[in-house]
Design a protein around this ligand. Structure first.
Ligand code: NAD
Length: 511
């Protein structure tokens, strides 16, 4: 049966190793771990399991490349050319990349292709932005000129999750490298395959040895992720993953006072008022939770629907959810593929069982027919979900949605804000005044009005509450990956005080 086996993509490597200082290497202690294919759940490759010693080697290489190498000192235009070259290569290899990503993660191939294009675009965007960068200058006529000297910071530690791994890695690699930092990437242990393509791409594009380093392995204490966070020569950590992991990293980075950027979990509301374009709202909220297998941080996984249209919405939504095509990730007609790993599959299935106790099931509810093995979950819709239900409050990260009715705008806002998360919110209404007011008050880092989740790369990305710390995207990424040194130039005499007349001078000084 097609659903139960996947064709191996071409050019699969024999094993996955670390890449340090321009060389492929095994772990210092020789340790490896097995990577599973989500359709067969059988191990298909071994990856090197990094620990403290491997991180030390990678950080030493990255630090040397930063301290001595040409990369941080190159003109922005020169680095920009290399980044554009990376984008070209990623684009030209989109098919191969997507096939590997889909094989490793269970993402439908068409969606993996889109994510490969987005990865190329991330590099192109930061290649352009770094050349167009204008630094601030402040004049105090006749007295002072002050300007901002942006500088790369050093070795950036990049820790990424398993959902759309290649694209999320590009999102950090693009700005970190564009601004002249060197990096150590620790990709997620469930999906190391696509990250193993970066070294070849970077070498071909002309990135000098030591600028990009890759250490595979687990995140927990004693392993690669933890060792990267605790390394004293890594001043920046950009992390995307679960809120719980973010809390641990926050604690471990605290003694070093590291710069942290945290993109964390979500339980985002999609609010549908009774004056909304119903067809548009249903299509978007179906796509918003079931695309990328529902393994999507910004998934609109709680849908709040105004009472007047609730029954019609539920009926049409359930019917449409049942038509979403579950299938093998490599099949171009597949809309929902296989979840990434049996552990994650068990977690999602346990929420499906919890949901059956807490609410009314109108679509899905388990393994789809004809899929006896593999991590397949039918698009699952629970309705009449109460706000204290676990499926309303907790991030499931799979193709499972909770639908809840509301009467008034105030109630909708209260329900929307009634979780620990605050990543995204989606609002569907034809009343623009209401839409803008709701956007002002909803606790979410990003709001989409009458729209699917489509983001211009210049806009800030990030969450509030348990969904994140800081923003990336556009100039915010440049801010995170650079120091902004202020240089003050005296043009007059006022700022050369002598004791005895200090009052005037001290008035203008910082402590
Ligand atoms: P995770 O937190 O389990 O793991 C993420 C990464 O952190 C992995 O590489 C892992 O090895 C590493 N890690 C684990 N423990 C660590 C530790 N103690 N120190 C250092 N590194 C450690 O997350 P996941 O299950 O891979 O990804 C899914 C989660 O990511 C979801 O919660 C999702 O919402 C979130 N996510 C957020 C965004 C966003 O932009 N806000 C985007 C994608 C995914």
């Amino acid at each position: 049966m097609a659903a139960l086996q996947e064709t191996k993509p071409e050019n699969l490597p024999d094993s996955i190793r670390h890449y340090i200082n321009g060389e492929w290497v095994d772990s210092v202690d020789g340790d490896t771990f097995e990577v599973l294919n989500p359709v067969t759940n059988k191990p298909y490759i071994k990856a090197a399991s990094g620990k403290k010693a491997d991180i030390e080697a990678a950080v030493a290489a990255a630090k040397k490349a930063f301290d001595e190498g040409p990369w941080p000192k190159m003109l922005p235009r020169e680095r920009s050319r290399v980044l554009h070259e990376i984008a070209d290569i990623v684009e030209s290899r989109g098919g191969q990349l997507a096939a590997m990503e889909s094989y490793d993660s269970g993402l439908p191939i068409t969606q993996a292709l889109g994510q490969a294009r987005r990865a190329a675009e991330n590099f192109r965007f930061f290649a352009d932005l770094t050349v167009a960068q204008i630094d601030d200058a402040y004049k105090v006529p006749g007295r002072q000129v002050n300007y901002v000297n942006r500088k790369p910071i050093g070795v950036a530690g990049l820790i990424t999750p398993w959902n759309t791994p290649f694209m999320l890695e590009s999102w950090k690699l693009g700005p970190a490298l564009a601004t002249g930092n060197t990096v150590v990437l620790k990709p997620a242990e469930f999906t190391p395959l696509s990250a193993s393509l970066w070294p070849g791409i970077f070498e071909e594009a002309g990135v000098p040895a030591g600028v990009f380093n890759l250490v595979n392995g687990y995140g927990e204490e004693g392993y690669a992720g933890d060792s990267l966070v605790k390394h004293p020569d890594v001043p920046l950590i950009s992390f995307t993953g679960e809120s719980r992991t973010g809390q641990i990293i926050f604690g471990n980075a605290a003694p070093f006072l590291k710069g942290l950027s945290m993109e964390l979990g979500g339980k985002s509301p999609a609010v549908v008022f009774d004056d909304a374009d119903l067809e548009g709202a249903i299509n978007a909220t179906i796509f918003g939770v079931f695309s990328l297998n529902g393994e999507r941080c910004t998934a609109g996984s709680r849908i709040l629907v105004q009472r007047g249209i609730y029954d019609e919405f539920v009926e049409r939504y359930a019917a449409q959810a049942k038509r979403v095509k579950v299938g093998p990730p490599s099949d171009p007609s597949t809309e929902v593929g296989a979840l990434v790993h049996p552990e994650h599959y068990e977690k999602v299935m346990s929420y499906v069982e919890i949901g059956k106790q807490e609410a009314r099931l109108v679509a899905g509810g388990g393994r789809p027919e004809g899929f006896e093995t593999g991590n397949y979950v039918a698009p699952t819709v629970f309705v009449d979900v109460k706000p204290d239900a676990r499926i309303f409050q907790e991030e499931i990260f799979g193709p499972v949605v909770a639908i809840t009715p509301f009467d008034t705008e105030e109630e909708a806002l209260e329900l929307a804000n009634n979780t620990r998360y605050g990543l995204a919110a989606y609002i569907w209404t034809s009343d623009l005044k209401r839409a803008h007011n709701f956007a002002q008050n909803v606790e979410a880092g990003m709001v989409w009005l009458n729209s699917n989740n489509v983001r211009d790369l210049r806009t800030p990305f990030g969450g509030v509450k348990a969904s994140g710390l800081g923003h990336e995207g556009g100039y915010r990424s440049i801010d995170f990956y650079t120091d902004q040194q202020a240089v003050h130039i005296n043009l007059g005499e006022v700022h050369n005080p002598v004791f005895g007349k200090q009052e005037d001078a001290v008035e203008k000084m910082d402590a």
